[in-house]
Design a protein around this ligand. Structure first.
Ligand code: ADP
Length: 373
């Protein structure tokens, strides 16, 4: 918007009319004092300022405006009776631009100047936007680079741990076989097997990440019964964590269209996290219901919970809550993969949590086949 400041009403009216016919938005002030009030309230691209006015003159107005942060980008065109007056233009003035036109005003020249200032204003706006986007991008890439380095170091450690165990059990196996101690051989074989399963899961997660990254995570969707899937998942989890009571609240006697194995992967991720992040507790509740065309499945634990500030980030790649990262092993990719799986089923994931009281990780997916995206 342009502000015209002139104490002569005829000048105001004629300037306003010309600018408005050229599609500029125009505001007016008939004194320096009124202009200052308006500049404080509104944002102007340009002020056309009469130099000779009773009360505050144009230069005084310009000087006062130079102190307003709101008007930092605002340009000024002085309207002066004589060129010489312009020597007095305040030195300290550092706004977007200054120019002058002598009276009587040549409208063509004024329009040319107005258009030029508008172009400069728009270009500088764009430059500021680009600069901000670049700064954001740089900051993001730093952060991402740091996270990647940290992830590689954690991942190598996580892979090495089960591998070292397997190596140890194989050595023990050799000795037990030499001794002909079959029960111990069986025990060590079982332990090596558990560590190999762990290794397998870690590698599968890492492969999923690279598939997501390259857009190659594929789904094999068909109809399946949700409650049947849930029963089998609960059994799997119960076998490795017999101390935990896993209760199901609600029901969903329906068929879902989706990739059963992938949905199972999400529920297992929620459940294993619920157990991992809830030391000293022994109950987990699975909430299941159908609402309209959607299925809701929530896994409620009574564990450490998550600070509200961190809740938004838990589904981000490589994210781990820093305060608890040392206490609990993990790579910070399970929830990221889960979120991607649910999103590719046209659904949403989320978490409700109170620190010290526990968390409920949930997903909602449409019952009917959604469009792939
Ligand atoms: P991981 O558990 O391997 O670190 P996830 O992607 O599964 O990775 O989880 C990301 C982070 O979210 C975890 O590091 C943990 O800080 C937090 N988190 C996940 N589930 C829970 C939960 N049930 N209770 C508290 N914090 C959780």
């Amino acid at each position: 918007m342009i502000l015209i400041v002139d104490d002569t009403p005829e000048n105001l009216i004629s300037l306003k009319r010309v600018l408005e016919t050229h599609n500029f938005e125009v505001d007016t002030a008939s004194s320096g004092e009124e202009a200052l009030k308006k500049v404080l309230k509104n944002e102007y691209v340009l002020i056309i300022l009469d130099v000779q006015m009773p009360g505050m003159d144009g230069f005084e107005v310009a000087e006062a405006i130079s102190g307003y942060s709101k008007a930092r980008e605002t340009a000024i065109i002085f309207l002066s009776a004589a060129n010489t007056e312009l020597r007095f233009i305040t030195k300290g003035y550092s706004s977007g631009g200054l120019d002058y036109i002598t009276k009587p005003v040549d409208m063509d020249i004024l329009l040319l100047k107005v258009k030029t200032f508008y172009r400069i204003y728009e270009q500088s706006r764009k430059l500021i936007e680009i600069q901000k986007a670049l700064l954001d991008e740089i900051e993001f890439r730093k952060k991402a680079e740091n996270k990647k380095d940290e992830f590689i170091s954690i991942a190598s450690h996580e892979l090495k741990t089960p591998l070292t165990s397997v190596k140890g059990y194989v050595q023990l196996l050799e000795r037990s076989i030499d001794k002909g101690d079959i029960p111990t051989v069986k025990k060590h074989l079982q332990k090596a097997q558990t560590q190999l399963d762990k290794l397998n899961e870690l590698i599968a997660d890492l492969l999923d990440i690279s598939k997501i990254e390259s857009g190659k995570l594929k789904f094999n969707k068909k109809n399946f019964r949700m409650e049947e899937l849930l029963d089998s998942v609960i059994e799997i989890i119960h076998q490795s964590n017999p101390e935990f009571k896993i209760l199901t609240i609600g029901s969903a006697d329906i068929e879902i269209y989706g990739d059963e194995m992938r949905i199972e992967q999400v529920i297992i991720n929620f459940l294993t996290n619920a157990i991992k992040y809830s030391p000293g507790t022994n109950e987990i509740r699975i909430k299941l219901h159908v609402e309209g065309n959607k299925l809701y499945l929530g896994v409620r634990d009574y564990g450490i919970g998550i600070d509200p500030k961190e809740q938004e980030s838990v589904f981000d790649k490589f994210f781990r809550v820093e305060q608890t990262a040392i206490q609990f092993q993990g790579l910070g990719i399970g929830l990221y993969i889960s979120a991607e799986i649910i999103r590719r089923h046209g659904g949403e994931v989320g978490v409700k949590s109170t620190p010290g009281e526990g968390s409920e990780f949930f997903f909602e997916i449409p019952l009917s086949a959604p469009a792939e995206n």
